[in-house]
Design a protein around this ligand. Structure first.
Ligand SMILES: [Zn+2]
Length: 148
């Protein structure tokens, strides 16, 4: 059974791996097989699709004048997902069923793609007014499946 200390241990391992990824990519512009298999072990199935999203530059980081930040990920079907940097919440069905219900992976491919693209520095950047940034996040909530 999971306890809080296990959760924070998992988070530390994730952080460490992402830092390794950042260092390695900065030096060699590629990811070694060894690191890939560690990433795969920790992040599971969403890893390869996430790398694919990063490869296709599907991640955009939006900043507003007041300093708020949100990420937008274009999914494989062209659907847009908005994510906040501080949470790994995503409105995609996999987040709800694969991550929260079946606990198959710590996060979905969109949230993982955001982390990876930030670590390797391939995230596109754009500015957005505070109003538009709020709208981006609200639109996202509307598309989420409501299962109450
Ligand atoms: Zn997602």
């Amino acid at each position: 059974m999971y306890t809080n200390s296990d959760d924070s241990l998992v988070e530390r391992v994730e952080d460490q791996l992402l830092r390794l990824l950042q260092d390695e990519y900065a030096k060699k512009q590629q990811i070694s097989d060894e690191l890939l298999s560690s990433l795969n072990f920790v992040f599971g199935n969403p890893l390869l699709p996430a790398l694919d999203l990063v490869d296709h530059s599907n991640i955009t980081k939006f900043s507003s004048p007041s300093g708020r930040v949100a990420f937008q990920v274009k999914g494989t079907t062209g659907h847009l997902y908005a994510l906040l940097p501080s949470s790994q919440f995503c409105s995609c069905p996999y987040h709800e069923f694969g991550v929260l219900k079946r606990k198959e992976a710590p996060m979905c491919k969109h949230a993982l793609a955001v982390l990876i693209s930030c670590a390797v520095g391939t995230c596109k950047e754009a500015s957005l007014s505070d109003e538009h940034l709020a709208q981006l996040l609200l639109t996202n909530t509307d598309t989420a499946v409501d299962e109450t």
